[in-house]
Design a binder for this molecule. Structure first.
Ligand SMILES: Nc1nc2c(ncn2[C@@H]2O[C@H](COP(=O)(O)OP(=O)(O)OP(=O)(O)O)[C@@H](O)[C@H]2O)c(=O)[nH]1
Ligand SMILES: *[C@@H]1O[C@H](CO)[C@@H](O)[C@H](O)[C@H]1NC(C)=O
Ligand SMILES: [Mg+2]
Length: 245
């Protein structure tokens, strides 16, 4: 086998995929990831961090390991321990020099990954973040309340912290692996606040960030659960960062 087109510099992209009850979404997302990376001749792997989903997500993941040999790492945890620690856990096993974080519920479409990779290469960026709130970006399938909360959360953080990034709470991002290793170590918050803190800290550390507009689609299967508690925690998180960073 000769050197592959997307591989010339030996780049490898590790997708961190946290899952909780994503049995039905997982095969589709993996199918799309394979298609996207294979067609672009890019070396890739997926690290699935499943938190003991009662719906059998891990059985599906094991079947997928047979379908896509060598591409899928399953690194489960015993119970639902939250997203922030799921990323920290999965990151230990990533073997790529780049890491992509995305949701498994189809809100983040793999078709945006090639553009993130192109942009990263063009500018040598440390982080390329998907944004719903610039250019052609957008949100589909949310009711007015959810849109209002998300937009408000971003505006609030942007006003208080001025990070110069239009989508702070989104999680669809591409990182240089060493950059994510470093920033994640200093990120303390959990849940909805985690992505925001990560980005604010990355900017404060001087890392170069670019944005790719994405359309975010509400989850295909499963239940949503953003509630008042998350909103309060998030507001506290923003103000905390304002004091600390
Ligand atoms: N490993 C792990 N994954 C989780 C956990 N909570 C959520 N996830 C996964 O993380 C991703 C994002 O979670 P979501 O529940 O979709 O969060 P959200 O998009 O803010 O909210 P909705 O889609 O509206 O429910 C999905 O792939 C989930 O399966 C968790 O505690 N542990
Ligand atoms: C992965 O994607 C390529 C390109 O679309 C395709 O030819 C191949 O069959 C896919 N592999 C699997 C196991 O689906
Ligand atoms: Mg979701």
């Amino acid at each position: 086998m000769g050197p592959k087109k997307g591989d010339r510099k030996g780049n490898k992209y590790s997708v961190l995929l946290p899952t909780y009850n994503e049995r039905r979404n997982l095969p589709i997302i993996i199918w799309l990831l394979n298609k996207t990376f294979t067609e672009q001749d890019i070396d890739w792997e997926v690290v699935i961090v499943d938190d003991g989903s009662p719906d059998g997500t891990q059985d599906i993941a094991k079947q997928l390991q047979k379908v896509y040999p060598g591409r899928i790492l399953l690194k489960p945890r015993a119970g639902k321990l939250g997203l922030g620690t799921a990323y920290v856990h999965g990151l230990q096993f990533a073997t790529g020099n780049f890491v992509i974080i995305m949701d498994a519920d189809f809100s983040h479409h793999p078709k945006f990954i090639p553009e993130m990779i192109r942009l990263q290469k063009r500018g040598g960026y440390d982080i390329v973040t998907g944004t719903r709130y610039a250019g052609d970006g957008g949100v589909y399938g949310w009711d007015l309340k959810r849109k209002f909360v998300s937009r408000g959360a971003n505006l609030f953080a942007d006003t208080v912290l001025r990070p110069g990034v239009s989508d702070l709470t989104g999680s669809f991002r591409l990182y240089k692996k060493p950059v994510l290793d470093k920033v994640i170590k200093s990120t303390e918050s959990k849940g909805y606040t985690f992505q925001m803190e990560l980005m604010v800290r990355a900017k404060a550390m001087g890392f170069k960030v670019a944005e790719v507009p994405i359309s975010f689609v509400d989850r295909v299967y499963g239940e949503s659960k953003l509630g008042g508690d998350e909103i309060v925690e998030y507001a506290k998180g923003v103000l905390n960062l304002w004091l600390k960073v």
